[in-house]
Design a protein around this ligand. Structure first.
Ligand code: UFG
Length: 336
């Protein structure tokens, strides 16, 4: 298939581009580069062995999306575009609603106008109102969430469902990501957060590289085996393979699946895995809990296996080793 990746220059999109090409699909990227780098597309092209066309522009611009769909004779869209920083969404809710809802609606409208029926959406485990262990897809989803970012994802899920009700030809997949981590095994592409990383793995990587002084562990008094928060860390290449499996399994209607491993890792597990990869202890301290954080969030990945024939195969140690290789080779990310 010829697949348009909106937001395809970002962390998950760039890895998905490579895996799609490895599966004989063709890829076009539309990205406004507001939180991504064209260097990621150049490197992904090199790794994939083919030039990936990059259109620099906004997925919220319906006419532009329509032109790209027509000019490249696109068969399917994977919609990654959007803002993704939880804390920033609390400070800038209107921007998050405008950008995330606006780009999803514009992309779906452009698809309808151009007769493109296949749509894969980047959702998030954050749509579950009551995080916990082994969350299945029928767990409660709604707007009673900790932050506007999560609400944008829950609303877009509802938009996709409504669009599907109105157009029975639409073939959609909604992918609820747990915690994407790691990097391409080459160390040439990876996660390149701007400023101080909010998320655990890139923060620890920067501590290991000497860019940040020490990791602050947000609470060690949770009801978890070691008292620190537990998450389902999924290697970004496993996640990318999940997108290809979802694309190839599309059928009329909306299929909603978790993309996670089913295993939990604590903050201390991540720290220890990193220390093992780096070969020394990393400075850290325990501080207060971060507001809004759940004790545990892990996926029940059964449905993805049943419906997509997909499951994650890479371990937390694999993800940490790959993240460290990327960080070591590119201490300043794509600026190097
Ligand atoms: N943590 C620390 N110190 C840090 C950063 C994180 O101790 O400097 C801890 C958190 O308290 C949490 C765990 O590490 O227990 C993971 O935190 P992340 O910020 O890496 O990830 P979250 O689970 O909070 O958030 C992720 C995505 C969101 C998504 C959410 C869905 O970043 O986009 O999962 O559950 F909404």
């Amino acid at each position: 298939m010829r697949v348009l990746l909106t937001g395809g220059a970002g962390f998950i999109g760039s890895h998905t581009a490579i895996v799609l090409i490895e599966h004989e699909h063709e890829v076009v990227i539309l990205d406004d580069l507001s939180n991504a780098s064209d260097e990621a597309v150049r490197r992904a092209s090199r790794l994939a062995g083919t030039e990936i066309p990059l259109v620099v522009g906004d997925a919220g611009d319906r006419e532009l999306v329509g032109r790209v769909l027509a000019e490249h004779r696109i068969d399917a869209v994977i919609h990654f575009a959007g803002r993704k920083a939880v804390g920033e969404s609390v400070a800038k809710p209107l921007e998050y609603y405008r950008v995330n809802l606006g780009s999803a609606i514009a992309t779906l409208e452009a698809m309808a106008e151009q007769g493109v029926e296949r749509f894969v959406f980047s959702s998030s485990a954050t749509v579950y109102e009551r995080p916990g262990p082994l969350l299945a897809e029928d767990a409660q989803v709604g707007l009673d969430l900790e932050n506007p970012y999560g609400r944008t994802k829950a609303i877009i899920e509802a938009i996709v469902t409504d669009a599907s009700m109105a157009n029975s030809a639409l073939q959609a997949a909604v992918l609820r990501y747990f915690n994407p981590v790691g990097a391409h095994a080459s160390g040439n592409i990876g996660e390149d957060p701007k400023g101080i990383p909010n998320n655990l793995m890139p923060f620890v990587a920067q501590v290991a590289a000497g860019v940040r002084e020490r990791l602050r562990i947000f609470g060690d008094d949770y009801d978890t085996p070691d008292g620190t928060g537990v998450r389902d860390y999924i290697h970004v290449v496993d996640l990318a393979e999940g997108h290809v499996a979802a694309l190839e399994a599309l059928a009329p209607g909306v299929l909603t699946v978790n993309l996670g491993t089913g295993s939990g890792g604590s903050v201390l597990d991540v720290l220890r895995a990193f220390e093992a990869a780096v070969g020394r202890e990393l400075p850290h301290e325990i501080v207060a809990r971060r507001p809004g954080d759940a004790a545990i969030s892990t996926a029940d990945p059964t449905l993805a296996h049943e419906r997509l024939g997909w499951r994650a195969t890479r371990s937390l140690d694999d993800a940490v080793r790959d993240a460290w290789r990327w960080q070591r080779q590119n201490p300043r990310g794509y600026a190097d």
